[in-house]
Design a binder for this molecule. Sequence first.
Ligand code: ATP
Ligand code: MG
Length: 683
Amino acid sequence: MSIQQRLAKLNPRQREAVRYIDGPCLVLAGAGSGKTSVITTKIAYLVQECGMSARRIAAVTFTNKAAREMKERVGQMLKGKEGHGLTVSTFHTLGLTIIRSELKTLGYKPGFSLFDPDDAKALLRDLMNKDAQVDADQINRVQATISNWKNDLILPGQALSHAADEDELFAARVYEAYNRHLKAYNAVDFDDLILLPVVLLRDDPEALARWRKRIHYMLVDEYQDTNVSQYLLVKLLMDERQTFTVVGDDDQSIYAWRGARPENLVTLGEDFPRLQVIKLEQNYRSTGTILRAANTLIANNPHVYDKTLWSEMGPGEPIRVVVNRHEEAEAERVASEILTRRIKESAEWRDFAVLYRGNFQARLLELKLQHYQIPYKLSGGTSFFSRNEIKDAMAYLRLLINPADDNAFLRIVNVPRREIGPGTLEKLANYATERGGSLFAACGEMGLAEQLPTRAVERLGRFTHFIEAVRRRMDGGDAIAAIREMIREMDYEAWLYQNASAPTIAERRMANVWILIDQLEKSMGREPEESSASEETETDSVEAAISRLVLRDILEQQAEEDDSDRVQLLTMHASKGLEFPHVYLMGWEEELLPHRNAIEVGTVEEERRLAYVGITRARRTLTLTLARQRKAYGELMDCTPSRFLDELPADDLEWEGRADKEDPDKKQARGKDAIAGLRSLLG
Ligand code: ATP
Ligand code: MG
């Protein structure tokens, strides 16, 4: 299909948004109105119609899943070399690209580590435990505070001078030490992936010029969820040319808790007075009934921008609300329904999605799906990357590229067993701290030998020599082959067998490790849009590939993508931007949706937006489920149906299993509606 044909398929407002390239452009519109479609078509338009080189275009979004979808859609439009060098990624991946090619300017050494939240927590625990014993809650609070600061572009100095109370002052001191230690480890954390590029571009005119030269046009999806740092990244890059398109929906802002600033929609208008605002109103995704439910629900929130959404899809089926005895019955119900509905509708497994508020809700459902032998894919939760064997392998990879990564060192120094005891490690850590160096470096120092028995020193030495030898082999030739050899040489497999309760488990774990290495190999040089972004040399491509893997680990927290035919299980948060013919939304109960914390701190509006996001994922049928009783804190608790159910248009709902007697008038009216619905369906 030519670009002209593609344009012809869009509605006039969409077309206008695609064609407008002379200045900043904001597309503000509700769910399913084709915002993402505008972005993907616009990329093709810029390349094919405006003759812009794809390597000058960067499109960013929030989740890996969304980035992957976007890549796929663009891939279908751009042929051959046309798409070469195009960046379609998450904000964090773009940040990683910038950091990697600006390492020297930023004062980092090659092969830096990316700390995942667990690593960061371990470091914080160390730092905070120095003065007094702290509990996990305190550590979590400080970690969240630091993360918020980073998202708001507040550096340690400012945090210290603006601290409002003792708690903040304490957190600010930890923040300062934490950053200092990260630097010493040659490491960055997740939030740094945005913060460091922003600070660099803000303070270093030469670096800014380099990146402005490299990126000429930016497109941002799900703009309502940008935080301060992310917005500044866009602003810094685009200030001069003023060539960008951002699309968003303030009703779908669901990441305020992670620093997202829906006000950025307003800020954009202030910062870019020439901003062209385009609104879309036709929804192409959902039936009229589903759309009305979404509109009615979200009308309960205050609005900055008024939006109306309409659909030509016809009313479709009513929305079913299924009340179950308890959570197990709820899971059973969803699983068995998918089984029958698939046959009735001659649908595929992938046409079904089950969405829920929290990952824990998936556990029972998984068991039921397994029971019925329904193939499913779970996003989040027990992810591929959170498996122990993968964490081990990742730690080896991290240590190989950055020997200063103490967290990685500690994870695997004794995996497989090398008879290095906790006493030895404690002395090693003390010694390294005194010297201000890494654990790995300390192993080879003369001074250590005076503090440890010879045997312990020898064992540590054997370990570091082993790692160094692998490193040399990697540098000398085929890095992946060297890594595979390392895993065989240390006989990780035997160790897995010793530690698994059954041989099949060990077997599967070993297979996972090989999958990881295969992934690493594939990702080396395979993602031209990223490697071409920086002028990197061949030698660091294994490092680049490893840091990409670590990032994916953090971002994705889910098994490797696969396109096989499976039911999708995911949180409402993770479902943003996606669509499915049949959607089940579980747990419509007070304290679950809206979540108890949100009720307590008064952020029910954000929960309502979350429900709105969930509802608007559905194309043809929507089923809401709830349980009358649910286990919490080891006890069966009575649940109250979610207040959001009362906010949906009563006439569009078809209840099942409701305990209280139904109003007979309503029932009759609904019967009529159903018949009318059927008639309109039949034509
Ligand atoms: P969300 O807010 O959920 O991210 P969105 O606004 O990004 O939604 P899209 O995902 O781009 O919406 O589009 C929703 C659906 O509508 C997709 O299946 C898309 O292919 C289809 N669509 C978009 N525009 C048109 C059009 N002009 N004609 C027909 N179908 C369209
Ligand atoms: Mg979208």
